[in-house]
Design a protein around this ligand. Structure first.
Ligand code: GLV
Ligand code: MN
Ligand code: MN
Length: 412
């Protein structure tokens, strides 16, 4: 078998080069989807792919597909990729590594003139993070038929701007209908975003699937009033009600230890003035667990807590589950390709389930899909301090390339 080696330094240099786009003073990235920095990194990515002779197609959700032809044009492409958008205080590796490692794999094939059986594609999925437009994985979701395009276009950020308008504004609303682009397989490399690989001294996570995720939005309403003149017994304090619910959400997740997690990550207190009793609070809830029945139980407890805690405080509320992404199992055939690819490269591996959501979850609905994980320092992610070494990034890229080539060989 021909041993195709990726160039670790070239991959690292590309990671550091793109990390200038949307760089934050603390060494992280703020490259929210469909903002100007997102456009800039897309332009960079497109130019790099075109320099390798790849054609770049963009669908009507802004998903980008850079294609290198194979020997058999009739075969559906083998895709590898992830996302270039980040959290508002994101790191340099979440998502970015998966796209740039795919670019490095493509550069390696190009340099060596290696002819694959199937076309090979790099995918950059739009709005994986869901930080600006909820829910996460919105564009891979449309690609997979989980959401309609109109639903996606109508999603609004917290400033009221719509996904559809912003996609058009940055010039990345393509012609192709999302989902019309058939893939033969999809491999996504990502940092683990948790502590397991580092703690166990293993280089590669062979990802078996992803836990289930549910997002909710809650608005608690009370009454704005003067902080100095309103006696405690007459208050309808929406923030106090929200605080008691937030405490309960943490408790619900702990009741389903060790696998359940529950988080309130976004909160808006209105009018947010130090001498006004809060009249309205909006907040989000993120529940995750590998078992849907446990998620059902957590949801029932949440609804019971809202009904029990808020009305006695003279507060009203509205709540909605805005996202339900069930647990996902990846394709055994592709997992096998990753195992072989990691063995060829000589890395110590571990089978694992992803705690984070990924576009691979939705891709898996329409094409055989799997993921590869590499460690990140201290398991820290969604943090400007997120850190993965040159060697770890290179290991992931090498296993990605090996896995793709193993899958491709089986087509020959
Ligand atoms: C995506 O980053 C998620 O898991 O929320
Ligand atoms: Mn990610
Ligand atoms: Mn993320």
């Amino acid at each position: 078998m021909q041993n195709l080696q990726i160039d670790a330094r070239r991959l690292w240099d590309s990671l550091m080069e793109t990390a200038q786009i949307g760089a934050t003073p603390n060494g992280g990235l703020c490259r929210l989807t469909l903002t100007d920095p997102d456009r800039q990194v897309r332009d960079w990515f497109k130019a790099q792919c075109q320099a390798l002779g790849c054609s770049v197609a963009v669908d009507d959700m802004g998903n980008m597909f850079a294609r290198r032809p194979g020997k058999h044009a009739a075969l559906p492409p083998i895709a590898m990729g992830s996302h270039l958008d980040t959290q508002p205080t994101g790191g340099k590796f979440d998502g970015v590594l998966g796209v740039l490692a795919a670019l490095e794999a493509m550069r390696t094939l190009h340099d060596l003139g290696y002819a694959t059986n199937a076309p090979i594609e790099i995918v950059n999925w739009t709005n994986e993070e869901g930080a600006r437009f909820a829910p996460a994985m919105l564009a891979s979701g449309v690609f997979a038929g989980v959401f309609s395009r109109d639903y996606a276009y109508a999603r609004r950020d917290r400033d009221g701007k719509s996904f559809g308008e912003e996609l058009l504004r940055i010039g990345y609303r393509g012609e192709e209908k999302a989902g019309a682009h058939k893939l033969g397989a999809m491999f996504e490399l990502h940092i683990e975003q948790g502590p397991i690989l580092e703690a166990e001294g293993r280089m590669i996570g062979i990802v078996q699937g992803v836990q289930g995720m549910r997002w909710y939005e809650v608005t608690v309403s009370g009454q704005e009033a003067h902080t100095g003149a309103t006696p405690m017994r007459l208050r309808k304090n929406a923030l106090l009600g929200a605080a008691r619910i937030i405490e309960r959400i943490d408790a619900i997740a702990r009741e389903h230890a060790p696998h359940a997690v529950g988080t309130v990550g976004l909160i808006e207190n209105r009018p947010n003035s130090r001498n006004v009793i809060p009249g309205e609070v909006f907040f989000t809830i993120d529940f995750r667990h590998p078992d849907e029945k446990i998620l059902d139980a957590m949801e029932a407890k949440l609804r019971a807590a809202l009904a029990e805690i808020l009305p006695p405080m003279q507060l009203t509320y509205s709540e909605a589950r805005i996202w339900d992404c069930p647990p996902v199992k990846f394709a055994p055939e592709l997992i096998d390709c990753v195992r072989i690819g990691a063995r060829q490269a000589g890395f110590i591996t571990r089978d694992m389930i992803s705690g984070a959501g990924h576009d691979a979850c939705y891709a898996a609905r329409v094409t055989p899909t799997t993921m590869i994980f590499v460690p990140c320092r201290g398991g820290i992610s969604h943090n400007e301090a997120e850190s993965t070494s040159l060697e770890e990034c290179a290991a992931g890229a090498q296993v990605l390339l090996n896995a793709v080539l193993e899958f491709d060989r089986r087509l020959g």
